[in-house]
Design a protein around this ligand. Structure first.
Ligand SMILES: NC(=O)c1ccc[n+]([C@@H]2O[C@H](COP(=O)([O-])OP(=O)(O)OC[C@H]3O[C@@H](n4cnc5c(N)ncnc54)[C@H](O)[C@@H]3O)[C@@H](O)[C@H]2O)c1
Length: 425
């Protein structure tokens, strides 16, 4: 399969690569803060101690019985932080050493975690709206990073992340980006075959994340608007990017991976048909997007979070010589093939890959790759919200910043539900 004509991917990715780049330094030397301790110990600072952040720390521990430690935790809220530390200490007592002085809460908790000198491996797992800010601070502090996806919620955030990708490369920092299918054995084997031509040219694609209800946290009387939004972040576009960005990014990323590029245009629709109450914020509950790639091929992409409907979390490719059901590791046609069950969880593998790279004195930087898939999802949201066709360049150069003017635990206006056809992109 060749690079798409007219693709801007080469420029987009020119500064970073998922391939490891040798630094010539030893593993000891590239671990910031490691010299002082005289070891290659990984000392984790967790920022965002919710379900995934806590899970990511356990994934590091599952992949490494020794040489890894949790030393600092930051979260907006004390109850989330303590719950996480309690769970982790209960399960991994020998690897958790978070003194009361290394537990931080509030909007500036991330800065305090990053200021702990022994931290050399940061896990960023807050709601996505904070990701560019936290990435910038972590890169400035010279830390290696595991960041959850998505990497931003709007065009300005993506542009910031792309600039940060270059800075991280210059500083020889390693960053893995939470699109765990890229570290999943079956997907890797499948994509290798697709890229080697097993199904010929990829001429049509389908990506789905259709599921039922996800989660919601009921508003408590003592919560300010901001606290309610932060605790219920999925339902606010400035925090989650909407579920097409927050969740469907995984399938969108697989299609970009198969095509070795991003779409050039999107036309789509969506709405909010079941989750209509204010307790569901202002996001949509379904999207259907037609993404057009530079070679003229299209991806039918849809996501839904509504109970009682047909569900599917999958990616399919139609080629000129066969087909591929990527999520099933299955290829049909002359080069028919079926992959085996994964030997290890991709959530564990992504940390094994990152830590092995750091210790080998090499670097990996997935920021631009994940930013590309994040922007693809943002472009889908923009076309559905506006009802207009949206090009890649319009999404990338958009000046619409979703972050509220003031980040304090007080009144925070609820933006209206987007109405297609009533505004501009
Ligand atoms: N890769 C995957 O498969 C996968 C799965 C689930 C979630 N995620 C991602 O992980 C991230 C977190 O999701 P989650 O399910 O853990 O949500 P969560 O609500 O359980 O956790 C988020 C935590 O961040 C804290 N927080 C909010 N704002 C903060 C701030 N400014 N500073 C510090 N802490 C802050 C919250 O208090 C909460 O404890 C999201 O980006 C989500 O998309 C990825």
């Amino acid at each position: 399969m060749s690079e798409q004509p007219g693709s801007t991917r080469r420029d987009f990715l020119k500064t970073t690569t998922a391939a490891a780049v040798g630094t010539g330094l030893t593993g000891w030397a590239v671990l910031p803060g490691a010299h002082a301790q005289g070891s290659d110990e990984i000392r984790i600072g967790l920022i965002g101690a919710g379900g995934r952040g806590t899970g990511a720390v356990t994934d590091v521990f599952k992949g490494h019985q020794t040489g890894v430690k949790l030393v600092a935790v930051g979260d907006m809220f004390g109850d989330r932080l303590e719950e996480s530390v309690k769970r982790l200490s209960g399960q991994y007592a020998a690897q958790v050493s978070v003194s009361p002085e290394h537990r931080f809460t509030g909007f500036d908790a991330y800065q305090k975690v990053l200021a702990v000198p022994e931290v050399n491996y940061v896990i960023l797992a807050t709601p996505p709206g904070f990701r560019p800010l936290h990435l910038e601070a972590a890169i400035n502090a010279g830390k290696h990073i595991f960041t959850e996806k998505p990497l931003a919620v709007d065009g300005p955030g993506i542009r910031n992340v792309l600039a940060l990708a270059e800075q991280a490369t210059a500083k020889k920092l390693s960053i893995v980006g939470g699109t765990q299918r890229r570290h999943q054995h079956g997907y890797i084997e499948t994509m290798k075959r697709v890229h080697d031509g097993a199904i010929g040219d990829v001429v049509a694609m389908r990506a789905y994340w259709n599921q039922g209800f996800l989660w919601k946290r009921d508003r408590q009387p003592q919560w300010s608007d901001m606290e309610w939004q932060l605790r219920n972040w999925l339902y606010f576009t400035w925090l989650s990017g909407d579920h097409i960005v927050e969740q469907h990014i995984h399938n969108i990323d697989v299609i970009n991976w198969a095509k070795r590029g991003h779409p050039v245009k999107a036309v789509g629709m969506g709405g909010r048909q079941v989750r209509t109450g204010q307790d569901y914020g202002h996001i949509f509950d379904h999207f259907a997007i037609d993404y057009e790639y530079g070679d003229g091929s299209h991806s039918m992409s849809m996501c839904r979070q509504i109970d009682g409907c047909a569900n599917s979390v999958s990616e399919a490719l139609v080629g000129s010589k066969g087909t591929c059901q990527a999520d099933k590791y299955e290829i049909t046609g002359a080069s028919a093939w079926k992959g085996d069950k994964d030997p290890i969880s991709p959530y564990v593998q992504e940390h094994i890959d990152l830590i092995a790279t750091i210790r080998a004195g090499n670097t990996v930087n997935e920021l631009a790759q994940v930013a590309e898939s994040t922007l693809t999802a943002i472009m889908g949201r923009m076309t559905a919200y506006s009802g207009k066709a949206v090009t890649w360049d319009e999404a990338l150069n958009s000046n619409e910043s979703l972050t509220p003017a003031s980040l304090t635990l007080g009144p925070t206006p609820l933006p209206p539900v987007p109405m297609p056809g009533q505004g501009t992109v």
